[in-house]
Design a protein around this ligand. Structure first.
Ligand code: FAD
Length: 341
């Protein structure tokens, strides 16, 4: 019995689309199950670090946005700026990114199935899901992945209980740096995405009120005082999602579905797109088992540095983060560069 396609991707977010594009570029036939009509919006900081932009170029997509030249940490009294040593990053609205990746995937012949994956059956030859069969199934269905659960790859939740909220404002950007405003209990990521739109993503504990949180950050509240909201409030979380493995027979995981730490370092897309590229290479070679090692290598710094920063940010030492970044620019810059590449 021949399968309907080489690959079925569950999830048409940025990582699922990247898996589909890389697989097509390697000659595999690809179906993509995504219940939502594109372009798709999602709570995200929308900062593409320089390394993420390099991955995007490999995908052949070029969405417009706002050039980002570095990162600034602020706590009301101090600020610590780091300018990227190499090429800039870009703030890109999620719907703009989604539209560009969907167009690229369609131009390469990826076929979308308007469905959710709700059950999986696999044998030695193929996987059946969403009413079709394929030689492999990739779960790229986000933080609360159904594929991860159905394939038995879920591990107990991480200890962290951090969540994110985002909203856009109609205002001209005042900086080419991603601003991270630190208060006692949360971080506000301010990322311009167009010459009249700035996105604000809040990271912190559940139950944080968006307006109350902004009011606790006077420097940011001043900037937004006369700016009308330009998008609906959206949330996501909890961030910490763990997996026991990334491969179960013919089922593989990529992106947030494969395990997530936190948005504190803004590198979900870079990490997810690198996974997508590795995954397509392994499947084109019919060697799904190799992906497990590639996944571990590709996520090591994300797991260690991001995990470490979350522990620090959740401890009494939190208040020392911005002063230390200012006092030790070499260390701060080194960490930002490591995360940015
Ligand atoms: C507040 C916040 C701020 C962030 N800031 C940044 C940042 O500045 N920079 C950065 O790089 N990253 C950032 N991230 C992380 C980034 O948003 C994610 O890493 C990225 O969206 C992961 O993409 P994905 O394709 O894996 O998942 P998603 O974008 O979540 O896409 C999953 C898709 O799967 C679909 N789906 C769900 N269930 C099923 C199913 N059963 N069958 C089929 N389809 C299904 C959904 O409809 C969705 O379209 C942030 C995240 C948050 C929450």
């Amino acid at each position: 019995v021949t399968a309907d396609a080489d690959l079925l991707v569950a999830g048409g977010g940025p990582v699922g689309l990247a898996v589909a594009i890389h697989a097509r570029l390697r000659g595999l036939t690809v179906l993509l199950a995504e219940p939502r009509e594109g372009p798709i919006d999602k709570a995200c900081g929308e900062g593409l670090m320089p390394g993420a932009l390099a991955e995007l170029a490999l995908l052949g997509a070029e969405p417009p946005g706002w050039a980002l030249h570095g990162v600034s940490y602020l706590d009301g009294r101090r600020r610590a700026d780091h300018l990227f040593g190499g090429s800039p990053g870009r703030g890109v609205r999620r719907t703009t990114l989604s539209a560009a990746l969907i167009a690229r995937a369609e131009s390469l012949g990826v076929v979308r199935i308007p469905a959710r994956v709700e059950g999986i059956r696999q044998d030695g030859e193929s996987v059946v899901a969403a009413g079709v069969s394929a030689r492999y199934l990739v779960g790229a269905d986000g933080l609360h992945s159904t594929v991860r659960r159905l394939a038995g790859l879920e591990r107990s939740r991480g200890r962290g209980r951090r969540y994110g909220l985002r909203r856009h404002f109609r205002v001209a950007p005042w900086s080419h740096l991603i601003e991270v405003h630190w208060s006692a209990g949360l971080e506000a990521y301010v990322t311009p995405v167009a010459d009249d739109t700035v996105g604000v993503a809040l990271l912190g504990r559940q139950g944080t009120g968006f307006d109350e949180a902004i009011a606790e950050l006077p420097a940011l509240a001043d900037r937004l005082a006369d700016a009308p909201p330009a998008s609906a409030l959206r949330g996501a979380g909890p961030f910490a999602q763990r997996t026991s493995r990334r491969v179960a027979g013919r089922v593989l995981l990529a992106g947030d579905a494969s395990g997530y730490v936190d948005a504190i370092t803004g590198e979900g897309l870079r990490v997810g797109w690198a996974q997508a590229r590795a995954l397509a290479e392994c499947l084109a070679d019919d060697d799904p088992g190799r992906y497990e090692r590639r996944w571990r290598e590709g996520t090591r710094s994300f797991r260690l540095l991001t995990g470490g920063l979350v522990v620090l940010a959740s401890s009494p030492l939190r208040r020392t983060i911005v002063p230390l970044a200012g006092a030790l620019p070499g260390v701060y810059g080194g960490i930002v560069e490591r995360l940015a590449r």
